[in-house]
Write a protein that binds this ligand. Structure first.
Ligand code: SF4
Length: 308
């Protein structure tokens, strides 16, 4: 029997992406690196959330972002009052799982509608997991959602100006996709809690580090790099991960085509014309210590190596 680690929805999504990510978030969070781009993404998400709320003018914001007990109490109080209600950021907890739903609506027929807002133009598989965890918590509190929506940015929207964002948000009914997932949530919780009771999982970096979200522990998990890391190759990361799985860490060790089935070709003519010294060094097996390749230079060269 595992310990009942309290888990938020975002922690469960971290575990779904990578067990080690969840383990580090719980046991060693100071290793995370939050860069400015992540904060910007967070800010955009906040702005889209606010625009979505404007579509429900009767909605009540629960608030108490940093005071969970108050947020839970305020949500409970609002839901205890009879009649229709729309809540923004209600806090709900069931079986040690905490959620802050974006929008929760109870209509005049007592039907519950859950809306998860995403600042993206497309729905991803992880978004269904996200909704499933929330719907599971609601069901556990006898608030079975009759409808679950993913609200996202409509890529056909044209901003007319003047602060008019009507039409920016598109709603996708995902009730049928989410419903079959609910029965799996207890097993996920058991799995993650059991994992959290143990040592850090021995997981190496791989495609999961950037999918579905960039992991804040990437630098922590990345082993020491060679002078010319294949990780700096631009373009399709699938090819890079394939190389790493084969044990190829350094660009100079990449086998030349056509011996491999990868989109790796070296446009020699262009390379020779534009960076002959770099090309010569790579062909010669590199120079030690590298006198020419700065990070930018390396990236520039790599943009030839990974040809479309
Ligand atoms: S960097 Fe990759 S391996 Fe490390 S915790 Fe994050 S997702 Fe897992």
């Amino acid at each position: 029997m595992s310990t009942t680690h309290f888990l938020s929805k975002s922690k469960i999504l971290s575990g779904w992406q990578c067990h080690k990510k969840l383990w580090l978030e719980i046991h060693d969070p100071e290793q995370a690196e939050i860069d400015a781009s992540k904060e910007r993404i967070f800010e955009i998400g906040h702005q889209v959330g606010e625009i979505a709320r404007r579509l429900f003018p009767d909605g009540l914001l629960i608030g108490h972002e940093k005071h969970l007990p108050q947020a839970l109490a305020a949500t409970e109080q609002r839901l205890a009052a009879p009649g229709p209600v729309t809540l923004f950021e209600p806090a709900l907890r069931h079986a040690g799982v905490l959620i802050r739903a974006d929008i929760l609506i109870r209509d005049a027929e007592n039907q519950i509608r859950l809306i998860e807002v995403k600042a993206a133009t497309k729905v991803k598989p992880v978004n269904y997991i996200d909704c499933a965890v929330q719907a599971w918590v609601l069901a556990g509190l006898e608030l079975h959602p009759a409808r679950v929506d993913l609200a996202h940015v409509d890529n056909q929207f044209v901003y007319p100006g003047g602060g008019d964002y009507q039409g920016l948000i598109a709603f996708e009914d995902v009730t049928d996709k989410v419903a079959p997932m609910l029965e799996h949530v207890p097993a996920w919780l058991e799995e993650y809690r059991g994992m959290l009771d143990g040592e850090v999982p021995p997981i190496e970096i791989g495609p999961q580090c950037r999918n579905p979200y960039d992991c804040a522990f990437l630098n922590y998990c990345t082993p020491p790099q060679p002078d010319y890391p294949v990780r700096c190759l631009p373009g399709g990361k699938k090819a890079v991960w394939q190389l790493l799985e084969e044990g190829v860490e350094d660009i100079r060790d990449v086998p030349p085509p056509p011996s491999r089935d990868l989109p790796m070709v070296v446009p020699r003519r262009r390379a020779d014309q534009e960076h002959p010294e770099t090309r010569r060094q790579i062909d010669a097996g590199g120079a030690h210590p590298p006198p020419v390749l700065s990070t930018d230079h390396c990236a520039s060269f790599c943009s030839w190596v990974m040809a479309a």
